[in-house]
Design a protein. Sequence first.
Length: 119
Amino acid sequence: MNLNKPKKLSSRNRNAKKVILAVTAVSVVIAMSCVTAFAAVSTTDFINKTSTVLTAVISLIGAGLGVWGVVNLIEGYGNDNPGAKSQGMKQLMAGIALIAVGVLIVPVLKNMMSSAMTS
């Protein structure tokens, strides 16, 4: 009636645990060395490039969502489907909002990060 007694691991399982521990330790050391390698990058260049990429990605996602919304809106008017019209209008407005965030908010965040790094 020893139902709660833990079983001993086989030697194969113990060796596997040791290998996993060793691989994890080596991975952590490698990750830490990569972090120090990236520390040589200028923060201003990093902020500028990140801002440019973030603006482009957010604007492109917004444009795609807006186009999808227009397609749904046209489909809703063509089939007299109020559900598709509503969904299309929501998607179109969300796309416009995302483009506005990409164009207006990301540069403000860039300026905030740049001024925080110089202070």
